[in-house]
Ligand binder design. Structure first.
Ligand code: ADP
Ligand code: 5GP
Length: 217
């Protein structure tokens, strides 16, 4: 019997202004479903304390990054905060063909490129908004990762990112973290049932039809 549970992977994109909580939500989602693959981006920015090459990012110089783009090795790429960032294509293809979802923590420019790529039918895009601008600043400060100059730069860029909220399939206002995470799980669970995500349905319904023809006519 054909397996109706065969599924194709989703490309789950999370974007937000820096500090709204997308990395925290992404981490929780990965803990909830360990089959999710995180898309490790390539970047030309320097590693921060505690960041590991190949785990948080693939750190590379500008010439290597640009060669990868020219060779068609990036699903999308963008210039963010003065550095290049991009999502390597090969691991994404491999994961979704094996039926695993891929999680992207990328900005609106990358989201737009993936939404117009050959993989667009399998995209689920979610934008995370902060409950207020003052809370966004408080979170950036309390994260304790950046100098006040960098925080200022991120705050200045935040409106640029927020202004693209309406290009996403879903929007989460990340006020209470637990509640936001529950909503995020609901979205992912429903989207996994979208018809293009279940290629096994065609054979399954064919089987139902054969049975119907045999027994009910
Ligand atoms: P982003 O990845 O969007 O830049 P982070 O996930 O790093 O943001 O979150 C920024 C800070 O805010 C972190 O210290 C995180 O623990 C905290 N945070 C995330 N979501 C919430 C929330 N709903 N309420 C309070 N603090 C939060
Ligand atoms: P950070 O330097 O703080 O890790 O990331 C800065 C910004 O770059 C974040 O908004 C993040 O979502 C975005 N970003 C990270 N990786 C990628 C990527 O591969 N492509 C795009 N377009 N943006 C990325």
């Amino acid at each position: 019997m054909p397996n109706p549970n065969t599924r194709r992977g989703l490309l789950i994109i999370l974007s937000s202004p820096s500090g709204a909580g997308k990395s925290t939500l992404a981490r929780r989602l990965m803990e909830w479903d360990p089959t999710l693959k995180f898309s490790v981006s390539a970047t030309t920015r320097a590693p921060r304390a505690g960041e590991e090459d190949g785990v948080h990012y693939h750190f590379m110089n500008e010439s290597r990054f640009k060669s990868a783009v020219v060779d068609g090795g990036m699903l999308e790429h963008a210039h963010v905060f003065g550095n290049f960032y991009g999502s390597p294509l090969a691991p994404v293809r491999e994961a979704i063909e094996a039926g695993n979802d891929v999680l992207f923590d990328i900005d609106w420019q990358g989201a737009q490129q993936i939404k117009t790529s050959a993989l667009r039918d399998h995209v689920l895009s979610i934008f995370v908004l902060p409950p207020s601008i003052s809370e966004l600043r408080r979170r950036l400060v309390s994260r304790g990762q950046d100098t006040s100059d960098v925080i200022q730069k991120r705050m200045q860029k935040s409106w640029d990112e927020i202004s693209h909220w309406d290009g996403y399939d879903y929007v989460l206002i990340n006020d209470d973290l637990d509640a936001s995470f529950e909503r995020l799980k609901t979205i992912v669970e429903a989207e996994r049932l979208r018809q293009p995500q279940q290629p096994g349905l065609v054979d399954f319904v064919r089987g139902l039809h054969a049975e119907f023809e045999e027994g009910e006519r």
